[in-house]
Design a protein around this ligand. Sequence first.
Ligand code: SF4
Length: 457
Amino acid sequence: MMGERTVMQEALFYSFRIEDHVPGDHLLRSIDRFVDLDGIREHLKPFYSSTGRPSIDPELMIRMLIIGYCMGIRSERRLCEEVHLNLAYRWFCRLDLDGAVPDHSTFSKNRHGRFRDSDLLRQLFEMTVERCMAEGLVGAEGFAVDASLIRADVHRQRSVPGEEGLPPKAAGRAVAEYLEVLDDAAFGGSTPVTPKRINLTDPAARWTAATRERAFYAYSTNYLIDLDHAVIVDVEATTAIRQAEVLAQRRMIERTQERFGLWPEKLVADTAYGSAPNLAWLVEDRGIEPHIPVFEKSARNDGTFARSDFIYDHEDDNYICPGGNRLRRSNRNFSTPRSGVDKDGSIRYRARQQDCQACTFRQLCTPNMAARKVTRSIHEGARDMARDIATTDAYLVSSRQRKKVEMLFAHLKRILKLDRLRLRGPNGAKDEFHLAAAAQNLRKLAKMKPIPGLALS
Ligand code: SF4
């Protein structure tokens, strides 16, 4: 029988609990168990005046931001509307049906004010790491590191050539932040090379052609992840160049050791992290096995002998060439001994001219030079260790594990929709990357530790 809805009279009183209308398997229900914001008011106290109009509750701000980043809502205006309309979002924000949701301009003003001045978002991220550790999701046996470019929120036309520098009249928050980080090795101090172009809206964003697309302005988000469950154990914002990303890797490893007492046995990364000084830092300073392809500047593609065709004699400190002759640091005796170490930390070994002139391999070895030279880094021991690891079965496993960090970046861009920043300046990038990494860890916790009796898809 077809039913018919009958409304005789509107009820005078309603009994309504938001709690009853949030599905048991809603993602935010699961995430809510892992969000502990006790103490944030205490932490933020020094940033608030004791007089004046009360601000938005910082816990409400944080909960709204968690919703935005976990659910991929990138617009502040839309986030405020969604929290207003969606019962599950209201429940997560501890708002009842009458609870006031801030309008987007107030929300934005608060976000750029006290939150920016405190390190609250860093603390929020670290809270998620601690929770992952407490839940047994961090094994700390192996870490992987990588960086991904995120477009800056700028118009490419509003820029000047790098050699011109910023015009004196350039002003604004992002410009002030750019001037602040000019000497920071993760931003302006990472390279002496002048950028090709400087954007006037966000000068710290780097003009980069690192991908196959057209060049664009970007920041890099750097992730250090634990290989057990791909939990992000640290995150760092840098300018979009390799030197800054390698520095971020060091900062993140040091910080996770100091902050959480995590000492990985191995680090998995791509060739960008395979420079001699970085491998030496990992092996000699930190005692970490580098599962990293060695960055080889000496590789040749013209068919002539590569350096790997020369055998290093540890005892005599010289190389033996394929022709059976020795390449030495010096073939002359100087009255004042020379170190022979270049500014870039490499040592040259030279064959004797008469050996090469008489050699049958000359066309295959040094067709254009009178005598062959090969270079060896002062960190060659660490490079050799990385090369040895690269021949093992464990390295094959590590190469597959490296994909875990790439998948996190794909998730960040496709699901959480952070393929372009909404905030400007280095601090804007830091805030967004901390929140996104915190959201990814919370989603991981929700997935790996579902509410008993429920399994999230
Ligand atoms: S050309 Fe010189 S360095 Fe090369 S194999 Fe012959 S002797 Fe050795």
